[in-house]
Design a binder for this molecule. Structure first.
Ligand SMILES: C[S@@+](CC[C@H](N)C(=O)[O-])C[C@H]1O[C@@H](n2cnc3c(N)ncnc32)[C@H](O)[C@@H]1O
Length: 530
């Protein structure tokens, strides 16, 4: 159905003002052009605010008028903008994504019972009309580039209900032609948003950065108190949540207000609900990062307090804070070791799924996962490849912990072996080193890789999973943050560039044959023994 047909439909004219029908027709036409945004950004949608008498009838009408409603969600950003501009009391604004044909979307913002002067003003000034383009969270440099190029910041915000992780919207007006553009980013880009909204307020931006530790602790506390678990699949009042978690309501309410700002919970009509971002703090949700919240806000957090000494002295923050090397410490603290292993496997669920799908195991009989932790990666590989058997190799206590569950799932196809990878590694046709090398310095990596080389025949395969540092230091990368984490929470750990890995591998009798990208900016490096 074409946009010309849309206006011809009586259904639509009956539920929207004639002017809004014309504006909608224009936006459908613009959406269908689907032009590319500045800096090659992909077109996402064309947005328009309209003023029906009834939102429900309008949605039925636009569907009948040839623009099926794909989904609806409450607006946060436009609602706040309207409140501020016209002094409205946080009106209900509904966002409806409409299928405009040709794979394009018009995002309709609908507000019912709106004062006439607001509708008249918006129809003349088009303050909310925009074209949205999408960019990745790692390409936020486009925002600075746009500001430098004369695009004027024109508001924005975070909507926790949009997409899986919520969405950050950065609005700009093009000084040259007055056109309004949105840059849409998945997830909550807090410090970029405050920079965008506060213009050049560098002190505010720095305060956001300096209070990052408070965010870590608020999220860790939510995980520790089980707040997300309480809210999973149900909405609770503050009093109910206070009772369920055993916390005084006043203090809990203050924490929840901050958690709402961080995008993890929402509140409407006195009931608190969990956003998809907040769901990652549940202990047992499929997207859980509960263990990571406890570990990064607990054991590893304490080490970060020693960062200045780590930089100055070369002694790891972990050792300064906890009095032992990390793996020795974990060996004598079983509870923390169990938390560490849970955090490791939770953090990499989608990475492990992608590895199991990508690996070609033709001709491979035995896969040995070196330092394989809980065996989560190995287990996924065995699920995918019934002809393969697996060996989980790690420290004695770690494999003892993992053994029963792995045997229950894979029977005799799996064996667990405890030992020290600096001393010797069991044979495999393919060896996995997932997040092992970044724990150690170059000399120690050479030691581990040399033991790996002894454990396979020429032509045998080695698979390395790590975040690889970009060659250019100005490229945004999670590896830069994890490099600091490795320095603080390991004795001599570090992230490396591809050239660094090539060098380590060629020294120990391997050659890299391929590199492919995995979720969360991890990389799969495949090598062969020569
Ligand atoms: C960062 S974790 C990675 C675990 C797993 N490969 C993953 O990607 O989730 C490092 C692993 O190395 C193991 N490890 C540390 N030192 C070891 C040693 N000397 N010999 C064998 N395993 C060791 C730890 O027990 C831990 O499971």
């Amino acid at each position: 159905m074409g946009y010309r047909d849309v206006a011809a439909r009586d259904e639509l004219c009956g539920v929207l003002d004639e002017l809004d029908v014309q504006r909608l027709r224009r936006m459908v036409r613009t959406a269908r052009e689907g032009r590319e945004g500045p800096y090659g950004m992909r077109f996402d949608h064309a947005g328009l605010l309209v003023f029906p008498r009834s939102v429900e009838k309008a949605l039925t009408g636009v569907t009948a008028g040839g623009l099926p409603v794909l989904r609806t969600l409450p607006s946060v950003v436009v609602r706040e903008r309207l409140s501020l501009r016209y002094g409205l009391d946080r009106p209900d604004v509904v966002i409806a994504d409409l299928d405009a044909g040709d794979g394009r979307t018009v995002q309709l913002f609908l507000i019912a019972d709106c004062p006439g002067y607001v509708a008249d003003d918006e129809r003349i000034r088009e303050c909310e009309t925009h074209l949205a383009f999408e960019t990745a969270g790692t390409r936020l440099g486009v925002l600075e580039a746009m500001r430098t190029d004369g695009f004027l910041p024109d508001g924005g915000g975070f909507n926790p209900d949009a997409g899986n992780q919520g969405r950050s919207a950065f609005y700009f007006r093009n000084e040259a032609d007055g056109e309004r553009l949105e840059v849409a980013v998945a997830g909550q880009a807090s410090s970029e948003l405050s920079r965008h909204l506060g213009g050049a307020d560098v002190r505010r931006q720095m305060l956001e950065l300096l209070t990052g530790a408070w965010q870590t602790q608020a999220l860790r506390t939510a995980a520790e108190l089980g707040l997300a678990d309480q809210l999973l699949e149900r909405k609770l009042t503050l009093a109910e949540l206070a009772e369920a978690s055993g916390c005084p309501a006043d203090r809990l309410g203050r924490l929840l207000r901050y958690l709402e700002q961080l995008g993890t919970v929402g509140e409407r009509d006195g009931r608190i609900w969990l956003t998809p971002l907040g769901e990652t703090l549940c202990r047992n949700s499929p997207s859980s990062l509960h263990g990571v919240a406890l570990l990064y806000g607990g054991l590893f957090y304490d080490s970060f307090g020693e960062l200045p000494s780590t930089i100055r002295s070369g002694t790891s923050g972990f050792e300064l804070a906890h009095g032992a090397q990390p793996f020795d410490y974990l060996d004598s603290h079983p509870d923390q070791a169990a938390l560490f292993q849970r955090a490791m496997s939770d953090q990499c669920r989608d990475v492990f799924d992608a590895i199991a799908s990508q690996l070609d195991l033709t001709g491979v009989g035995v896969v040995t996962d070196v330092g394989g932790g809980t065996g989560a990666l190995l287990s996924r590989i065995l699920d995918k490849a019934p002809q393969v058997s697996g060996v989980l190799f790690d420290m004695e206590a770690t494999v003892a912990e993992a053994d029963a569950a792995l045997r229950a799932r894979h029977g005799t196809r799996i064996a667990t072996v405890g030992g020290d990878f600096f001393a010797g590694i069991p044979h495999g046709d393919l060896l996995l080193l997932s997040r092992i090398l970044h724990d150690w310095d170059d000399a120690e990596c050479v030691g581990i890789l040399a033991r790996c080389r002894e454990a396979i025949l020429p032509g045998g395969r080695l698979v390395i999973v790590e975040r690889v540092l970009p060659d250019r230091p100005d490229r945004a990368s999670l590896a830069a943050a994890w490099d600091i984490h490795m320095m603080v929470n390991n004795t001599a750990g570090r992230e490396r560039t591809l050239a660094d890995y090539r060098q380590l591998l060629s020294t120990t009798g391997f050659a890299i044959t391929s590199r492919s990208e995995l979720p969360l900016e991890a990389c799969l490096l495949q090598a062969v023994a020569i």
